[in-house]
Design a protein around this ligand. Sequence first.
Ligand SMILES: Nc1nc2c(ncn2[C@@H]2O[C@H](COP(=O)(O)OP(=O)(O)OP(=O)(O)O)[C@@H](O)[C@H]2O)c(=O)[nH]1
Ligand SMILES: [Mg+2]
Length: 350
Amino acid sequence: MDKVEIIVEGGRGGDGLATFRREKYIPFGGPDGGDGGKGGDVFIISNSSLVDLALVKQKKKFRAEAGHEGGRWSKHGKKGVNLDISVPIGTVVSIEAEAGRARVLADLTVPEQKVLVAKGGKGGLGNVHFATPANQAPRVVGRGEVGEECRIILELKLVTDVCIIGYPNSGKSALLSAITGAKPRIADYPFTTRQPALGVIQGSRRDFVVAEMPALVEDAHIGKGLGYQFLRHTERAKLLVYLLDGTSPTIVDGFTKLNKELALYKTDLCQKAGVIAVNKVDLPEVQSRLLDIRECLDHLAMPVLFVSAISGQGVIEFTNTVIEMVEQVNQAEKAISPPEVAVFHPKPKG
Ligand SMILES: Nc1nc2c(ncn2[C@@H]2O[C@H](COP(=O)(O)OP(=O)(O)OP(=O)(O)O)[C@@H](O)[C@H]2O)c(=O)[nH]1
Ligand SMILES: [Mg+2]
């Protein structure tokens, strides 16, 4: 439900009308057929009550209403009703351009954000436009134009503050349920989590959305495992949590390979702000090698924290660090992006 392709079509324009004015005492009243109405446009609009693209997936083609035929007395036909396709916040709308390549039209990150994807066709001219001195009773009308048709790709990229990534069984679900109220499935077999799971940390000033990504494995970029196809959701996160299993004998190597998979997906992703969390420190075998692990991971330019998602050891410090780092990233982003400019429009006269 994360990526859907649909075909959208603007409504066809209404046809012009060919009629003649017929009234008592007015012989040869002349043509009075009005123009057809414009076809409806197709918009894609973000809706905060939706969480996936399931609604859109039920249909392949979306067409707005056609414009109505022109009326007598030179009246314009009614415009076709616009079609609004609702999608969740975080949907990236792209249009299929030449050679099968997609061009991004909009990134719907706030509620009620709207993008026009297919214009309706123009209405045809009524016969009133075709009268000439030589032909005062034209029976000619314009036909309504067909609406624009195109293929649209909708891709849902979750808008989260924190994304937890890691190998199978490293304890991502356990950590998510330890720091948020979420209740994902926790089990000792790989790929328990098959879809991103979400939770919320309630901060003192605001809430922070945390997502657990389905596990990544080595060579994920060549199609191994599940997690690679969900990496798009990490693109928007402010902070990545690299969760490593403390019982793994190759913990540093594990981190390097994880980071490499991100780089192979997109270079920016492996440079995103991150924190390393070593899990399962409640186990004696992990306790006994804590110093070694710290020494091995210390040279990496990322904070390293030790937690136990099951016993709760280090979880509070972990949560505080994560919140602090997200806030730092937000501050840094604000400093880079230019301040919003308010545009005041003069009030219309009268
Ligand atoms: N001792 C101990 N076991 C843990 C800890 N965290 C997780 N586990 C165990 O590790 C196993 C895997 O935990 P999950 O939370 O399902 O791991 P995951 O990374 O979400 O796994 P997938 O969703 O399959 O990728 C479960 O049996 C957990 O009980 C921990 O801090 N200490
Ligand atoms: Mg899991």
